[in-house]
Design a protein. Structure first.
Length: 108
């Protein structure tokens, strides 16, 4: 299991990457809002996708589009993967955001 400091660094990179990409989009269409351990992706119609950290288990949880995932960091691959579905965090989130917006967004 990774150390808390490494977990915090990995989460900061993930959240930072998402915020950087979404800050390039029209804020009247979609925006990313970080408060502590929670990152909300908020769409113009009020729909939200929520990422939050689970420090005790060193996971990032994603909820949105009537689904939920628990992502663990795979140090060998350098990626966040969901053990249940084998989904990768950025690919999953990118697909969700693109489906909601109706156009391509480059998170991966």
């Amino acid at each position: 299991m990774m150390e808390r400091s490494q977990f915090n660094q990995e989460v900061a990179q993930v959240f930072g990457r998402i915020v950087t990409v979404l800050d390039e989009e029209d804020p009247d269409v979609v925006e990313a809002e970080r408060t502590g351990d929670i990152l909300k992706i908020i769409f113009a119609d009020g729909v939200q996708f929520i990422l939050n950290t689970q420090s005790a288990t060193h996971q990032i949880w994603l909820a949105g589009a009537s689904r939920g995932w628990h992502f663990d960091f795979d140090a060998e691959l350098g990626k966040w993967r969901c053990a249940k579905s084998d989904d990768e965090l950025f690919e999953t989130l990118q697909g969700m955001v693109e489906e909601k917006l109706g156009y391509r967004v480059q998170l991966t």
